[in-house]
Design a protein around this ligand. Structure first.
Ligand code: FEO
Ligand code: CA
Ligand code: CA
Ligand code: CA
Length: 604
């Protein structure tokens, strides 16, 4: 294909100009339409959104907050009808609720049980039918029979795999250790080859509370039976006040409840009555995503990052092979081997199995069973000598035995902690690693790795960025987070600069990144967010004609950092009112649907 603004690249579109302002922007020749906003009714009987009179009951039938992962499973052969599966990672109470303002996280004085119930109902996930009309535009089908919300407020889930029913998984409410209410902080995710939806539980630690504090008012967990585990996982984070009203989120009352979060959850979108399943075989950590592929030997392989500074990259390989039997396929997530990555200095990668009884994973070292290895995945990976990474976010496998790993940033890495796979100290802008599994087999336990790009401004020598020189001033980015392949196997990367985005002056956005040939490492800007928003998704339909994007927390992130947006956003005074621009409406996280004007494949 001919190139847009430079060279003979594989991404045929006219590159967008970088910047930031109150709205979103898409490359010329494309539409970027709002499909679903926080509060939009998603069932036939749901009330219309009334921002001044929110209730948990209404929110349970409306689109949730802070859309992150987006997946799609078609309901017809043409792919013009299907189920959109969307994660709702977290909530920003100061822009959701009128008159609340910023909360002091030590006390959350303004947070009533009523507001907390709304927050809980705004977390989790949404499964909603959408259809493409004769005008080529996608719209929600409100009376879709599979439409449902999944929340930490009231969705019962089953725990399966080696840790199910273990004593450390039992609570007062669930003496069996196999049943849990809800899922938390669902960040990225994945769709399985059999059409189920995987929700990754990321920053679950933030939802747990304690009243036991030290002299500085910081949580004191020294008397906790799970102290070692809690310390390694950052429990309790006290980011939310749920534990003040719900015993299960208070570790003083339920020390095992945190062990029931930090897993990968499987949802069958076609069976609204089916309980979601937490698959403990895939390990417990701050799961960023769970992207699947089928290996050359037919096994299911899931790539998963643990998004924390100095934490690890994992993958899971099923024991059995993927078949046409959906019920049998779901068992593939219950029986298999979890591996953690060691990136060696010579460019080889070794996948180390987290299997009880092998190497240091024995009772003498505190791992009495496979359940212990999985509940304490991070401690087990520490013992195996995995490579501490610069915050592994999304990782995307491609069918040819290649995978791309987004390392978003790590400002805490010191010069003496630098290694070949994490080559910069104080890395504010992150990098992308390409893994090639041995023999092109995703189930292989070794392979090679290389750095695709080192992110940041290539004009600033001190940043140490490495891009293909064809990358323009618009095309470079910082802090890669989510990624996806389109129908033609091209890589797309979205960014999350967090509160640091003022350092680049660029809004978060979506970029096409060349992975092959002379242009390898060239990046091109396709879409950018409104100010203070982060870009999640992205997800391409199989025909490559529709791209779903999730704009998360518009108007909030880092809005103090940039001239013209010096204030912290609140409900009454947000940095933007995207996408409604209604003076009575706060900014709303929304899913955007991208199509080519006149139809056809995107960027071809
Ligand atoms: Fe929820 Fe790691 O981003
Ligand atoms: Ca993410
Ligand atoms: Ca992805
Ligand atoms: Ca993020």
């Amino acid at each position: 294909a001919a190139a847009g603004s430079h060279g003979a690249g594989r991404y045929n579109f006219e590159e967008l100009t970088w910047g930031n302002d109150e709205t979103h922007h898409i490359a010329e020749g494309y539409d970027a339409d709002i499909l679903l906003r926080w509060g939009d009714p998603i069932t036939a009987d749901a009330p219309e959104f009334d921002v001044m009179n929110q209730t948990a009951e209404a929110q349970l039938k409306q689109f949730g907050y802070n859309n992150d992962y987006v997946g799609f499973t078609p309901l017809n052969a043409e792919g013009t009808r299907g189920l959109l599966c969307v994660n709702h990672e977290y909530t920003n109470e100061e822009v959701m609720f009128p008159g609340l303002g910023r909360q002091d996280k030590a006390g959350f004085e303004g947070m009533t049980k009523e507001l907390i119930d709304i927050e809980m109902a705004a977390h989790g996930g949404t499964v909603v039918e959408i259809a493409k009309g004769a005008d080529g535009k996608w719209a929600v089908v409100r009376d879709g029979k599979m439409n449902r919300r999944i929340t930490p407020l009231n969705t019962e889930m089953t725990i399966d795999g080696p840790a199910a029913g273990h004593d450390r998984m039992k609570t007062n409410a669930d003496p069996s250790g196999i049943s849990v209410i809800g899922t938390l902080n669902n960040c990225a995710g994945g769709m399985t080859p059999w059409g189920t939806y995987l929700m990754a539980e990321e920053n679950f630690h933030g939802y747990f509370w304690t009243d036991v504090v030290d002299g500085d008012g910081k949580p004191d967990i020294s008397d906790q039976p799970e102290a070692k585990n809690m310390k390694r996982y950052g429990v309790p984070g006290r980011w939310y006040a749920w534990g003040k009203f719900y015993d299960r989120f208070n570790i003083d009352k339920e020390p095992n409840e945190p062990n029931r979060f930090g897993w990968v959850v499987e949802v069958d979108p076609l069976n609204p009555g089916a309980k979601p399943v937490k698959h403990t075989a895939l390990g417990r950590f701050r799961h960023e995503g769970a992207e699947t592929t089928v290996s050359s030997s037919g096994k299911l392989v899931v790539y998963m990052g643990d998004d924390n500074r100095f934490d690890y990259q994992y993958k899971y390989v099923s024991s059995g092979v993927v078949s046409d039997d959906a019920a049998a396929n779901s068992k593939l997530l219950s029986d298999g081997t979890l591996y953690v990555a060691r990136f060696d200095e010579d460019g080889s990668i070794e996948w180390l199995p987290l299997v009880h009884g092998t190497g240091p994973l024995t009772a003498e070292n505190g791992f009495a069973s496979q359940a212990d290895v999985l509940i304490d995945t991070r401690l087990a990976a520490d013992a195996l000598g995995a490579t501490p990474m610069d915050r592994p976010e999304d990782a995307q496998p491609r069918g040819d035995g290649t995978a791309y790993i987004m390392l978003t940033n790590n400002s805490k890495r010191t010069e003496d902690q630098v290694n070949a796979a994490n080559p910069r100290a104080k890395s504010n802008f992150g990098h992308i690693i390409e893994v090639k599994e041995e023999g092109g087999d995703h189930a292989a336990t070794r392979g090679t790795w290389s750095i695709l790009v080192q992110c940041g401004d290539p004009e600033l020598t001190e940043v140490g960025a490495q891009w293909n020189p064809e990358t323009s001033a618009n095309g470079w980015f910082g802090s890669p987070d989510n990624c996806a392949f389109d129908a033609d196997g091209r890589l797309w990367v979205s960014t999350d600069q967090g509160s640091k985005w003022g350092k680049t002056g660029k809004s978060d956005g979506l970029y096409g990144v060349e992975t092959e040939g002379d242009l390898r490492g060239t990046s091109k800007l396709f879409f950018r967010c409104p100010v203070g928003g982060e870009l999640c998704g992205p997800y391409f339909t199989d025909n490559g004609e529709t791209l779903f994007l999730a704009v998360q927390h518009p108007g909030t992130d880092g809005t103090k950092a940039l001239k013209g947006f010096e204030r912290a956003s609140t409900f009454e005074d947000p940095a933007t009112r995207w996408p409604d621009f209604d003076p009575k409406m706060p900014p709303r996280p929304s899913v955007v649907v991208v199509t080519k004007k006149g139809g056809g494949k995107i960027a071809v």
